[in-house]
Design a protein around this ligand. Structure first.
Ligand code: ATP
Length: 398
């Protein structure tokens, strides 16, 4: 596990100092009082009263720097939205503004239709019913696991607090680790503790800042599944920050792509994959060949296929994106006017797929393809290549 960055620790510190002022945790109290979450092994977590979240034209500036530049977003009750974008695009600032740790420079934030930040109103973090889970987990090293989880429940009576904390530890499979300290736990166990700590007060809105980035790949899959199951059970409306497109596709009911402080596109995984609105989004969701071209008659022509270039002018410089996975390879003997001659210049087995680099007639640059079956193909093999319509997208040159 890498150490938490200064940025994360500052965020965590600001958050937990705000939470220490918290006065009530109605959901957890009700659970504990009724024994509602104290089931058998891996009991279900109790559901939250799902809330809507609305972000309205929010700007956040720091001196001359603009971290958020007019962001608007509606999240439905119980929906899981992933914020995806490169470093510095404003993802964490968005979480900070929603949580109440930062105030927007302008614009509004509403939870369940009620303004929590805006020109005339500011509701402090502890009164927003928000849960936060940090990158690298930010567990308190000097507290045992039970006390870490119970930290956000300090306003409850000790017996109720302990009962709630033990119940959620049970739910995440860590009932036997209550007395252990964070440093003795594996990365996956620490992730579960952080998740339990964030969810136990039953927040209406869960904010997660790169919650899986500290885990190795083997653990990540399992933890993503478990987290998703817990979020669904509790019905928390969730915003999850990631810069991993695959993670966003796996977790999000919807993905919101950000760049330079703005939302550049949002939609389901399928929409973003099939109809990216820009080269920037296309690059996130598939491996592509980028071929400089000129538009003629509203389209881009190659020797084997033409691709529509909607909205682009004649003669305009554009980029033809050919998805590596959609390019088809056939034997050199295959006939058809849609097929181009090619010669393999390199081939790499990558597990599920094989990447094939091809010198294709009519193309100045090497074209890369990813194929599931590459039996018999090798460097130097003569082949034919076809480019089905779904293989190509045309965008204005950057
Ligand atoms: P990463 O993926 O690297 O965490 P991010 O998308 O979360 O990045 P933010 O941390 O929200 O990006 O930062 C957005 C921009 O705002 C960056 O240019 C950053 O330098 C700037 N910024 C954020 N917080 C501050 C601050 N407290 N003071 C000055 N600039 C800031």
């Amino acid at each position: 596990m890498k150490a938490a960055s200064c940025k994360v620790l500052r965020f965590a510190e600001a958050w937990f100092s705000s939470q220490s002022r918290q006065t009530s945790h109605a959901g957890a109290a009700a659970d504990a009082a009724s024994g509602g979450t104290d089931g058998g092994p891996r009991a279900r977590a109790a559901a939250t009263f799902a809330a809507s979240l609305k972000i309205e034209d929010v700007r956040r500036t720091y001196g001359d720097a603009t971290a958020l530049n007019g962001v608007s977003l509606d999240v439905a009750p119980g929906e899981i939205v992933c914020l995806l974008g490169p470093s510095g695009c404003g993802k964490t600032t968005m979480l900070r503004v929603v949580s109440g740790i930062e105030r927007p420079s302008s614009g509004r934030v509403l939870i369940n239709g009620s303004e929590v930040a805006g020109p005339n109103r500011y509701v402090p973090p502890e009164d927003r019913s928000i849960g936060l889970m940090f990158q690298d987990f930010a567990l308190f090293p000097h507290l045992n696991i039970l006390d870490n989880v119970a930290f956000g429940l300090r306003s409850l009576a000790p017996d109720v607090r302990e009962k709630s904390a033990r119940a959620i530890l049970d739910r995440v499979g860590l009932a036997g680790f209550a007395d252990a300290y964070p440093s003795t736990l594996s990365g996956g166990q620490q992730q579960r503790v952080a998740l339990a700590r964030a969810i136990v007060p039953r927040p209406a809105v869960m904010l997660m800042d790169e919650p899986f980035s500290g885990l190795d790949i083997q653990l990540r899959d399992a933890m993503q599944e478990e987290t998703l199951a817990l979020l669904r059970e509790t019905r928390a409306t969730s915003l999850i920050v990631t810069h991993n497109p695959e993670e966003a596709m796996r977790l999000g009911d919807r993905i919101v792509v950000m760049n330079r402080g703005r939302i550049v596109q949002q939609g389901t995984t399928e929409t973003l994959y099939r109809n990216p609105a820009s080269l920037f989004v296309a690059r996130l969701f598939s491996e592509i060949n980028e071929i400089p071209v000129r538009v003629q008659g509203g389209r881009v022509a190659t020797a084997a296929a033409t691709f529509a270039a909607p909205g682009l002018q004649d003669g305009q410089a554009a980029v033809l994106c050919l998805r590596e996975r959609s390019i088809e390879i056939t034997p050199a003997s295959a006939n058809g006017s849609d097929k181009l001659k090619g010669r393999i210049t390199d081939i790499k087995f990558l597990g599920d797929v094989t990447r094939v680099d091809i010198a294709v007639e009519g193309f100045e640059q090497i074209v890369k393809a990813r194929v599931a079956e590459a039996g018999g193909l090798q460097k130097g093999s003569e082949i034919k290549v076809s480019l089905p319509p779904e293989a190509g997208l045309v965008f204005p040159a950057d």
